[in-house]
Design a protein around this ligand. Structure first.
Ligand SMILES: *Cc1c(COP(=O)(O)O)cnc(C)c1O
Length: 366
């Protein structure tokens, strides 16, 4: 009798050897570990909007009575709304369950095993994670010492197998924009350039109008950060026609759920409120930056997003992260060689800054 194969012989070998993605932990888990109420947690680790979403979202979700009906697979109303907001025609728009889904769809559209995807670390981890899952070879071209994209080196790294170049602008976790001229230079290659503008609303600067001009540019946006809808999973892309036509063939029919679609409508009906929130966060970003710089413990980097990357200069980043965590304050800590002594702090409300600064001042006095 033949021996039954073990499960591990059945798994895709590339997945067995894949590193696990380390996600941030839910508030309830953090609170339970510290033995404090979830409402006492100061959550500055995931760039969420601590003002929350528009109250109209909650009203729209609670009064809706057709959750038993599937969403529109063509996203007609949703694309009209997003197109109106972004200023592009609906034919160029495709929405996803978060922009994370769109990153994944773009990979699936272009990558066959052995193709190359260029990323510029330190940057958002989903690009290389998603690329590896599709069997791509991830070509990392590190940013320079000021965390700018090294365009010359990216150009030199492009080969016959390069399919995609991923750039976040503003970049997570460094907070800086990619200059438009750099994007234009990379668009001269035969690769598709994906500019991830998840933090566009905090920066106010975009390369999206170039999609009309370049058939190889994709711009991704998200409602997770500025609109406070991270939990509902909604993002969208602005795509050249040729690319979006192919994406329609591979997306799951019901990828964006009804609640997320309702939330987009309610959000866009309350845009004045959200613009106020964005304005407050931008002001708070300035206030937090100035306070952090005075500390003599951290060296903050200027940011166009809703977070500030800091080099920890007088302690280890790990111990500082732990110090804050013991006080219910969560920041993002990186354990990579390029970001060994860094933490990333999301910009919250003034009261969040105050609690953070109190704890940091105590740490600085040690
Ligand atoms: C947060 C973030 C996203 C994720 O957006 P979702 O729409 O929540 O999937 C995408 N890109 C970058 C750079 C981010 O920081």
């Amino acid at each position: 009798m033949e021996e039954t194969p073990t499960l591990s012989e059945l798994f895709r070998p590339d997945i067995e050897s894949l590193e696990e993605y380390v996600p941030i932990e839910p508030t309830e888990v953090l609170a339970a570990r510290l033995g404090i109420p979830a409402s006492d947690i100061v959550k500055l680790d995931a760039n969420e909007n601590l003002y929350g979403c528009s109250l109209r979202v909650q009203e729209a979700l609670s009064s809706f009575d057709r959750y038993h009906i599937y969403p529109d697979p063509n996203q007609r109303e949703l694309r009209e709304l997003l197109a109106g907001y972004a200023g592009f025609s609906p034919e160029k728009i495709l929405a996803g369950s978060g922009s994370d889904e769109l990153i994944d769809l773009v990979m699936r559209l272009f990558i066959v095993p052995g193709d190359e995807v260029i990323v510029c670390p330190p940057t958002f981890g989903m690009y290389s994670w998603s690329a590896r899952l599709c069997g791509a070879r991830v070509v990392a071209v590190p940013r320079d010492e000021r965390f700018q994209v090294d365009v010359e080196r990216v150009l030199a790294a492009v080969t016959d197998r390069t399919k995609l170049i991923f750039l976040a602008s503003p970049n997570n976790p460094t907070g800086n924009l990619v200059p438009l001229s750099d994007v234009v230079r990379l668009l001269q290659t035969r690769a598709v350039v994906v500019v991830d503008e998840a933090y566009y609303e905090f920066a106010g600067s975009t390369v999206a109008p170039l999609v009309e001009e370049f058939p190889n540019l994709i711009v991704l946006r998200s409602l997770s950060k500025w609109a406070g809808l991270a939990g509902l999973r909604i993002g969208y892309g602005i795509f050249p026609k040729e690319i979006v036509d192919q994406l329609w063939k591979i997306k799951q029919p019901y990828n964006v759920n009804v609640a997320a679609q309702l939330a987009v409508r309610a959000t866009l009906e309350d845009l004045d409120y959200l613009k106020q929130v964005i304005h407050r966060i931008r002001l708070e970003r300035g206030r937090l930056f100035r306070q952090l710089r005075k500390l003599n413990l951290l060296s903050p980097y200027p940011s166009d997003a809703n977070f500030i990357l800091c080099k920890v200069v007088r302690a280890s980043a790990r111990s500082l992260k732990q110090w804050l965590e013991n006080r219910g304050i969560f920041v993002r800590y990186f354990d990579t060689p390029q970001l060994k002594d860094y933490i990333r702090i999301s910009v919250g409300r003034p009261e969040d800054t105050d609690k953070l600064m109190k704890a940091l001042l105590e740490a600085a006095a040690l």
